[in-house]
Design a protein around this ligand. Structure first.
Ligand SMILES: Cc1ncc(COP(=O)(O)O)c(C=O)c1O
Length: 390
């Protein structure tokens, strides 16, 4: 190994932002209209067309998107909402905003997506909705989930924070169930620094989402400071301050145009990793499936711990010592103090999620990775795996 490779540092993430984004944001600043306005509407139109949905409503985060979607379908106190335990806390926390109860579900050991069999077992007379999370970008088995939802009369709100662009049975995620929530957080596959989007086919939901994202004020409230606006407004509901801004939309429009290209670049990284790791018995590459495509938001490597003399945490430390930044997705929610204290969850409740959590780590994967950086990650992972193999 050359000294250059040994001394290299590969961060876990680096956003793909360039001069086009800088110019687009500068143009919005010069226009004098900073918050939600014409650029946001343009981004919503382009986003809906990109995923093949009739409507898209931009909001301040995916957390806000999930909250508003649950509110739109009428989730309230005493309701239960099914959520995989392997997800970010946002997916479950939004359920509690409405006074409802998040009910955790175990995951499929191959995909880390919600397990449809366990899901069906946890339905009670109080269950009203399911939030499937497309873990790492690989879509859930939506046919099975939609079939259960139709039979048990449940709403489906997809958490697609990882799934732009991903497809299931040749349809983009965002055009499949009644409401889908996306994230444009800094590390996501399309970023506006912070931001989110809800796609839907249903015009009643669109009206509700548009009112509730801006204080519950009647539609087009954002125009009240424009030339065509008026000082008069009506507050229809006690809503939320969840609107998007034109500064974010300017970033989003440039990023959306690059989305397919950025996806191909991440796919290339994933292919190089998976073919390099195939020959190492201690490593398991993430799954793919012939009926769906993934955004490759994350590349989750699994360790066969019985073939190694180190655990996952030491593996991560050894990679850090070799200059490779990693992360873990996710610590199952039922192991977190807040959900244990408030809902009585305990270690041991979801054995698949716990086992997979103990043996997984996420490697760097982003469009701006150079060939040398990809080589370096492959070298470091292979070196740790062979140094500590049994
Ligand atoms: C699965 C999942 N859902 C929701 C979110 C929340 O997204 P945001 O930060 O846009 O609110 C995240 C963020 O990391 C996530 O990973």
């Amino acid at each position: 190994m050359t000294t250059k490779l040994l001394s290299m540092q590969v961060p876990f993430h680096r956003a793909d932002l360039g001069e086009d984004e800088v110019s687009a944001v500068a143009a919005v600043i010069r226009s004098g209209w900073l918050t939600m306005g014409p650029k946001t509407l343009e981004f919503e139109r382009q986003f809906a067309a990109y995923v093949g949905a009739s409507h898209a409503v931009a909001v301040s985060s995916c957390t806000a998107a999930l909250h508003l979607a649950l509110e739109a379908v009428g989730i309230s106190r005493d309701h239960e909402v099914l959520v995989p335990t392997t997800t970010f806390t946002a997916t479950a926390e939004v359920v509690t905003y409405l006074g409802a109860r998040p009910v955790f579900v175990d995951i499929d050991p191959q995909t880390f997506n919600i397990d449809p069999l366990d899901l069906e077992r946890r339905i009670t007379p109080r269950t009203r909705a399911i939030i499937p999370v497309h873990f790492a970008g690989l879509p859930c088995d939506m046919a099975e989930i939609l079939e259960i939802a139709a039979r048990r009369r449940l709403h489906v709100i997809e958490d697609a924070a990882h799934a732009l662009p991903s497809t299931y049975h040749d349809k983009k995620i965002g055009a499949i169930s009644e409401l889908t929530a996306f994230s444009f957080y800094a590390t996501k596959t399309l970023t506006t620094a912070e931001g989110g989007m809800i796609s839907t086919e249903n015009e009643d939901y669109v009206r509700r989402l548009q009112v509730m994202r801006l204080h519950g004020i009647a539609r087009d409230a954002w125009k009240r400071y424009s030339a065509e606006g008026s000082w008069f407004y009506e507050v229809l509901e006690a809503g939320f301050k969840y609107n998007f801004t034109d500064l974010q939309a300017a970033l989003g429009i440039v990023q959306l145009a690059k989305c397919d290209g950025m996806n191909r670049a991440r796919e290339r990284v994933a292919r190089r990793y998976s073919s390099a790791f195939r020959s190492l018995a201690a490593l398991e590459a993430p799954p793919t499936a012939s009926d769906r495509t993934t955004s490759w938001h994350l590349y989750v490597l699994r360790l066969h711990l019985d073939r190694l003399r180190v655990d996952r945490n030491r593996f991560i430390q050894e990679l850090a010592d070799r200059g490779v930044g990693t992360s873990v997705h996710f610590i199952p929610l039922h192991l977190q103090p807040a959900y244990q204290r408030n809902y009585g969850y305990r270690t041991g409740d979801f054995p698949v999620a716990e086992r997979e959590y103990q043996r997984s780590l996420s490697l760097p994967i982003y469009p701006t990775m150079s060939e040398e950086e990809i080589d370096h990650v492959i070298w470091a992972v292979s070196d740790v795996a062979s140094t500590f193999s049994r």
